[in-house]
Design a protein around this ligand. Structure first.
Ligand code: NI
Length: 179
């Protein structure tokens, strides 16, 4: 099964539409959003998605009630701060990444084959366009970087990002750039 991964879309409706186009073209069954939608209305854009949206809350997601409402309206699932899904016998944990301590503990727990994160605005694993994960032996952290358009910043915090397509059958993932 194919799963799309995106995070930190921060109100960028154009990039969200581009990402949805990619996800629909790749025929993904689920899209995991690792949080930081910011404006709840952006979730409604995912109506165009031919897959189920599963999300967790980020540190910039204050309007939890409205976000939940938007998720329900599109038939999606908002998990709270921490989520997990089981697909093809693979356990995937979902956490925005607000606390590095919690992220570390989740990785070390050995509970998941994959942990999907966002928040750092950096890709994890860094610079890898295509890779594989190991179902039983280790935990792979997948972070697609920012979903919104890249802008210059002094901290270079918004320079990296796109979407990830994960294939749970072939155990491959690949990264696709967004503007
Ligand atoms: Ni964040």
């Amino acid at each position: 099964m194919k799963i799309g991964i995106i995070s930190d879309t921060h109100d960028d409706i154009e990039n969200v539409r581009k990402a949805i186009e990619i996800f629909n073209k790749k025929d993904v069954q689920y899209v995991i959003h690792a949080g930081d939608y910011v404006f709840p209305g952006i979730v409604l854009e995912f109506k165009r998605l031919n897959a189920k949206l599963i999300g967790v809350l980020g540190n910039n997601d204050g309007e939890k009630g409205l976000l939940l409402k938007a998720f329900l309206e599109i038939g999606g699932e908002l998990k709270g701060e921490l989520g997990e899904i089981h697909v093809d016998d693979i356990k995937i944990g979902i956490y925005h990444g607000t606390s590095t301590e919690i992220k570390k503990r989740l990785i070390e727990s050995g509970r998941y084959s994959i942990i999907v994160c966002g928040h750092t605005h950096k890709r994890e694993p860094p610079g890898v366009e295509k890779g594989t994960f190991h179902k039983d032996t280790s935990t792979l952290v997948l972070n697609p970087g920012v979903g919104h358009k890249k802008t210059e910043s002094l901290a270079e915090a918004f320079v990296e990002g796109g979407v990830i397509i994960l294939d749970t059958e072939s155990t491959e993932y690949n990264y696709i750039d967004l503007p």
